[in-house]
Design a protein around this ligand. Sequence first.
Ligand SMILES: [Zn+2]
Length: 117
Amino acid sequence: MSALPSYKEIIELLKKGATIEAQEKIMELREKALELQEENLRLREELTKLQKAIDLEKTLSFDGAVYWMNKGETKQGPYCPKCHDTKALLVHLHKDGPGWFCYECTIHFGPHSSLVM
Ligand SMILES: [Zn+2]
């Protein structure tokens, strides 16, 4: 992004009577302001997304085999560690014998952990 036309620059043009050039600089300034507004909105959205990801990450715990989500006194899950670690997805695991199975990555997670019920 190029530098913004300065207020001083526009005043100087107006003092010289160069109103067309001054108007062009004002238009340029408006365009830049719009670009900055759009960029600001995009960055805010990105920040919100990242904040949500951080908040979610704080509720997750890894028991050595799978992820669990802590919700106050209770916990939800388990969730697939591969899908979470590689694709940032929270995929519920399904009971599969003594362990767990992920339908997304089709991996079986054995009952390595004492927390596995
Ligand atoms: Zn998975």
